[in-house]
Design a protein around this ligand. Structure first.
Ligand code: GTP
Ligand code: MG
Length: 325
């Protein structure tokens, strides 16, 4: 574990076997059903464990113990200052974008890039997989990247080219990118639910979901499914926040836009996922096309930075952009 990784993830129980009331048989049932970590148990519902063959009383007891173990409910102010002091900024490799973001992408929170097709969302994600591996003094986090791809757009060849630009050995870089393609929204969720061990093992400091909403959007169709879509998406994003805090990692999601449903003949667009993503992503950047290969990045939501715009360019070398006045 890197020095700046969080102590507050000192869960009381390290493995599911440590939970009171979990013997070998229960542990086996939990593992079989995908509840492999204390955190997975903490976020389970009683009925999910009952379906896995665990008695209701036991299920209640172990969920409670797991939740207490990782609980992050009350923190003293001085502890909070300490936690926040661990936050780092990951360079995007693009000075104009870093400037807009107040130094780069923050760890311990979710940053969302949204915009129409071809605006550079996936390009930025692929570049971040490289920059996260840079040394701290060059704006990196000296760690690996976890890339959950829902649209099959990740291209190793692109990563290779971007690596050379940052003077990193492309083969080394590729070894530190853990890639998974998600075929459905459910699969996407399961991948993240089971990511703890991989994140630890590979010292992952950047978690990307590109795009977070596309499966949800195509699977949950119609108004009557909206509520359940939002609930599921909410659960997914909270898992992402917890992981980013636990491992002091940056979490980056991409999102498409849709025309505002109640505004006809308007060019207004808004990100998919509505208020759920709005409440869970801490910084949101809207990308739009400019002339040629120029894109304009606009910071639309940030906890403390002013709104602003930065030009970026997609080139052979990746995503580039000069600091602006
Ligand atoms: P969707 O996922 O479709 O919503 O789009 P996106 O926002 O993820 O777009 P993406 O990041 O895939 O950006 C695609 C843009 O990058 C296109 O305009 C491509 O022309 C450009 N691009 C991709 N690779 C290269 C490259 O090697 N050189 C140059 N010059 N441009 C590239
Ligand atoms: Mg894309």
């Amino acid at each position: 574990m890197a020095e700046d990784q969080i102590e507050y993830y000192k869960a009381k129980y390290q493995t599911i076997e440590d939970l009171p009331g979990v013997g070998p048989a229960t542990a086996a049932k939990l593992r079989e059903n995908g509840f492999k970590t204390v955190e997975a148990v903490a976020t389970a519902t009683v009925s999910e464990l009952v379906v896995s063959g665990i008695g209701e009383a036991t299920a209640e007891k172990i969920i409670e113990a797991a939740r207490k173990s990782i609980a992050f409910t009350f923190v003293r102010g001085d502890e909070l200052v300490k936690l926040r002091s661990n936050i780092r900024h990951l360079t995007t490799g693009c000075p104009s974008l870093d400037q807009l973001l107040g130094g780069g992408i923050e760890t311990q929170s979710i940053t969302e890039f949204y915009g129409e097709f071809g605006t550079g969302k996936s390009q930025i994600c692929q570049q971040l997989c490289v920059t996260v591996q840079l040394p701290y003094d060059q704006g990196g986090l000296e760690g690996g990247a976890l890339y959950i791809d829902t649209e099959n757009t990740f291209r190793p060849e692109r990563v290779i080219r971007i690596s050379s630009r940052f003077n990193l050995d492309p083969q080394d870089v590729l070894k530190k990118i853990i890639f998974a393609e998600a075929y459905t929204s459910n699969h996407q969720m399961v991948l993240l639910e089971n990511a703890d061990e991989i994140i630890k093992e590979y010292n992952i400091r950047l978690i990307i979901i590109d795009s977070v909403t596309s499966h949800f959007r195509s699977e949950y169709v119609g108004r009557e499914m909206l509520a359940s879509r939002q609930q599921t998406l909410n659960k997914h994003l909270h898992k992402l926040i917890r992981l980013s805090r636990a491992f002091n990692a940056a979490a980056v999601i991409t999102n498409q836009v849709m025309a505002q449903p109640d505004v006809f003949f308007s060019k207004m667009v808004q990100p998919v996922g509505g208020h759920i993503i709005g409440h869970t992503s801490h910084s949101r950047i809207f990308l739009r096309k400019g002339r040629d290969n120029v894109r304009i990045a606009k910071l639309t939501v940030s906890p403390y930075l002013p709104e602003g715009e930065a030009p970026i360019k997609i080139t052979e070398r990746g995503v580039e952009g000069e600091e602006y006045a």
